[in-house]
Structures are given as C-alpha cells and as structure tokens.
Design a protein around this ligand. Sequence first.
Ligand SMILES: [Zn+2]
Length: 250
Amino acid sequence: MAEQKVDIAQQIDKLVKLQEVDSVIYRLRAERQQKPERIQELRQQIEQEKKKFEDSKNSVKQLQVNRKEKEIELESKESEIKKLNIQLYQLKTNKEYETMQQEINGLKADCSVLEEEIIKLMDEIEQEGSNITNEQKQLEGKQQQIDSEIKKIEDEIKSIERELVKEEEKRKQIAVEVDPKILSNYERILEVKDGLAIVPVVNNACGGCYMQLPPQVINEIRLKNEIIYCQICSRILYDKVSLPAGRENS
Ligand SMILES: [Zn+2]
C-alpha cells in the first residue's frame, strides 16, 4: 500500500507547521471579516446623528411656520380692528355702537394673546437656533472623527490582506510537502473544527477538546505508525515531546 511509504513522524511535523500558519490565517480572516462590520456600525452611528440634527432643524422650521401663521392671523385681526374703528363712527344707535365696541375689544384681546404667543415662539426659535449651531459643530466634529476611524480600519484591512497573501504563500510551500490524502483529511477537519485540526496531547488529554485519552491511544500516538484521531472531537493528535528536536518550544 502507498500509505506505508509515508513517513508519519515527518507528516505530523509538517502538519504542525501547517497548523501554525493556518491558525494565523484563520485569525487574520476573522479579523478581516469583523472590520467591515465595524465600519458599518460607525456609518450607522453618524447617520443617526445626522438624522437627529435634521429633526432639530425641522423642529425649528416648524416653529417658524407657526410664528408666520400667528403673524398673519395677528395682521388680519389688526386690520379688522382698523376697519371696525372707522365704521364705529358711522353707526346710528348706541346699541350698535356698544355691540361693535365689544367686538373690537374681543379682537384686541385676541391680538394680545397672539402677540404673547409670537414672542414665546421667537424665544423658542432663538433658543433652538443656538442649539442647532452647537449641534452642527458637534456633528462636524463627529463626522471627522468617524471618517478618520473608518480610514484607519480600511488601512488595517489592507494590511491584513497583505499579511494573508504572505501567510497563504507560506502555507502553499508547507502543504506541497504533505501527503495529499493526509492533507485533505487535515483540511476537512480544519474547516469543521474552526481552524484547529491538529492538537498536542496535554496532560494525557486531547489538546482540542480536553478529553482524557486512554494510555493505549497515547502509545499509538507515540509510535507514529499511523495518524491518530481524537475519538471525541476527531482532531489529529500528536505528542509534543516526541517531535524532532528544536520544535518542542514552538
Ligand atoms: Zn479531542
């Protein structure tokens, strides 16, 4: 069988090297994936601020509309008073005179209410206007801050992508030295086990799922006659101690 020609010890060593690179690749990919989400969040944040600002502007506009309406109403009542004042002296009877005088008084009362309302609205408009000036300054500052944060994240994405290209190149060079069958098994596990396919034995347990391993399995791992998989998490197991010299600490 072809598998007998495969040097398992050497293959394990390659897989461990491959895993080191793959762990970096998985971390970089996860980081790269998160970055656009963060940009999206920042964009939403500034959109909300803009909307708040638009709402404030609209509320001032509404106050101005109210004020204009009251002013028109006031003008019309004032001209009505003028008209009635002229008519007042053309009236024949006291009764007519009194009725019209009452009408004029009523209109005058309306006018003073309107005047008060207009003054109140003008105060509100002034207050809101100065709030808006502040809000606009804050919004501009916020926009600048978010723009530069987004720019920074975009730069980070570019740098992650450059690193990924490098790591993927490194990976290719190691992968060609791995037996194709072993490599395809490794890659399948890598995919389903979130980027961790080969794990060391740690305190007689699987370094991936931490389940205790029977002594017989540990012996098999040390013998390196074949690839040994964890029965619980299916990851490939290796013994750190029996790796070639110089790799124990890496
Ligand atoms: Zn396991």
